[in-house]
Design a protein around this ligand. Structure first.
Ligand code: AMP
Length: 253
């Protein structure tokens, strides 16, 4: 497994693989990898013969008051997990490598970005399409895998690929949960033991309560604030806060 940080070396490797006729699978991440991320890697590996995983904590999808600085980072631990899976390349670009041509967005998030997350994190999907389109340009994947955990994000990416006619197939990976149904998330690391007990109610409440009742049910379960519980795309999607930690989840209905 190679760890590559500069675009030129990555392009060199990708060109070589393409000449040899290999298909390239890509999993973009922000690191602090857990079984959720690793399941996406396995999906990519099932479908292609070369797998690239990027680790890049993207500054443009965090607002100034959000957790960019404290976001968990563990490249060494991540590399160990990815190497055990037989990943071919970890791409760890610097901010300059990604934003060499400026921070501006040439492409915009489409209709899928309206509402839900955007109501509370208006900067978010602009940052996401900005970075994912650039990463696609660097990695030139045949397929890219995104988790249903971030369901709206996956829809925004699908719309981007269609709108801008990007030559990549988007594959969705199922949400990986712990034994209590809590969706795995790098941000779960922020939770105290007591908060974790509250967090574990999120999936149960959105699965069992009506959308109209879920808000109050979450507050009753110990969540401090509910950003939304809404039905869209045949899913119930929710975002709620426990202390300083914001959790999202969704479930098929
Ligand atoms: P992140 O590192 O949080 O940006 O996530 C990178 C990718 O992993 C995204 O496509 C997420 O949707 C996906 N992901 C995160 N958590 C999970 C999970 N519990 N199950 C499946 N996919 C996940």
């Amino acid at each position: 497994m190679q760890i590559i940080s500069d675009r030129q070396s990555l392009t060199h490797q990708i060109d070589k693989w393409k000449k040899q006729g290999h298909a390239i699978g890509f999993v973009p991440t922000m690191g602090a990898l857990h079984e959720g991320h690793l399941s996406l890697v396995k999906l990519a590996q099932d479908k292609t013969d070369k797998c690239v995983v990027s680790i890049f904590v993207n500054p443009t999808q965090f607002a100034p008051h959000e957790d960019f600085d404290s976001y968990p980072r563990d490249v060494e631990g991540d590399a160990k997990k990815l190497s055990e899976l037989g990943v071919d390349v970890i791409y760890t670009p610097s901010k300059d490598e990604i934003y060499a041509e400026g921070m501006g967005t040439e492409i915009k998030a489409g209709e899928a970005a309206l509402g839900l997350e955007t109501g509370f994190r208006p900067h978010f999907f602009g940052g996401v399409v900005n970075v994912v389109s650039r990463l696609f340009g660097h990695v030139q994947p045949d397929i890219a895998v995104f988790g249903e955990k971030d369901f709206q994000q996956m829809q925004v990416i699908r719309e981007m690929v269609e709108t801008y006619d990007m030559p990549v197939e988007i594959i969705g990976g199922k949400i990986i949960r712990d034994k209590d149904g809590l969706a795995l998330s790098s941000r779960n690391a922020y939770l105290s033991e007591k908060e974790l007990l509250v967090a574990k109610q999120l999936n149960k409440i959105i699965a069992e309560a009506n959308v109209e009742d879920a808000n109050q049910a979450l507050l009753d379960a110990g969540f401090d604030k509910v950003d939304y519980v809404e039905k869209r795309w045949g899913r119930i999607l929710a975002a709620a806060w426990i202390g300083k930690t914001r959790l999202i989840d969704n479930i098929a209905v």
